[in-house]
Design a protein around this ligand. Structure first.
Ligand SMILES: Nc1ncnc2c1ncn2[C@@H]1O[C@H](COP(=O)(O)OP(=O)(O)OP(=O)(O)O)[C@@H](O)[C@H]1O
Length: 245
């Protein structure tokens, strides 16, 4: 059984119930699934549905281990103005009921890997965007979860940090963790993800590995970027002007 089997028939918000419809996919152990789609396609709504944050979800979201851990790393950092970086990690560790020795060891190692040891006792509210994002990633890695759900990790990270982050994620996948990662950076997604879920206008447009996506748009050998745009054109014919008539 996959780490999570997502079968959302319909989900949305109070007063806007059908934002996403018929979104079905699974995340297997060790998989990195890219959640791709234009602005407003329903990526964050899908993530919220999986996390159980929406009041009404028609369908079924089934975890292999219902008591397993899910680490959600949001696109926008969540910071406490008066806590230092290390205190943020301590807060996360205490919520996870992690023992002090494991926390100290893992926390220090992650600070080193993300090159933040020197600012351990600084306030993250004074950090750059990328440094704040690294802190959120560290909090995610601290948990060693069964499933990572990561919302757009690449925008704030510099190339070195991106590489370090991907290496760490690779190690976690070898351990058996699954990853769902929403991103607009399609060339990076093409290199890293072994499977894709393409959304447009709240619907699943295509899903599977790159070859399956290529088959679905009839473009063998093409890039994810080109397949994605071809599928979007099919899903949403141009509107207005001559083309829309
Ligand atoms: N809290 C909310 N209440 C009502 N509608 C919402 C809410 N959040 C999002 N929506 C609507 O749901 C639709 C999908 O939005 P969502 O945030 O899931 O898209 P997205 O694919 O994550 O977009 P982006 O790439 O811009 O982050 C949009 O039409 C948006 O206006």
């Amino acid at each position: 059984m996959p780490i999570v089997d997502v079968a959302i028939d319909r989900a949305g918000y109070p007063g806007r119930e059908g934002v996403i419809n018929d979104i079905h996919f699974a995340i297997e152990a060790g998989e990195l699934v890219g959640l791709i789609g234009p602005n407003g396609a329903g990526k964050s709504t899908t993530i919220k549905a999986i996390l159980g944050l929406l009041p009404d979800v028609a369908g079924r979201i089934q975890f292999a281990d219902p008591s397993g851990r899910v680490a959600y790393i949001p696109e926008h950092p969540v910071l406490y103005d008066t806590l230092t970086l290390w205190e943020h990690l301590e807060l996360a560790a205490s919520a996870l009921e992690m023992d002090a020795e494991t926390f100290e060891d893992r926390g220090m190692r992650l600070l080193k890997q993300f090159r933040l040891t020197a600012v351990k006792h600084h306030l993250p509210s004074s950090f750059s965007k990328g440094m704040q994002q690294k802190m959120m990633l560290i909090i995610g890695f601290l948990q060693k979860p069964d499933l990572y759900i990561i919302d757009e990790p690449f925008i704030g990270l510099d190339p070195k940090a991106t590489k370090d982050f991907m290496n760490m994620l690779h190690e976690e996948r070898k351990r058996g963790a699954g990853v769902l990662m929403s991103t607009h950076v399609l060339d990076t997604a093409e290199r890293l993800c072994n499977s894709f879920v393409l959304l447009a206008d709240g619907q699943l447009v295509a899903a599977g590995d790159l070859d399956a996506i290529r088959d679905q748009c009839g473009m063998p050998g093409e890039s994810l970027f080109d397949c994605f745009h071809s599928l979007l054109d099919l899903a949403e014919p141009p509107q207005g002007g001559e083309a829309g008539r």
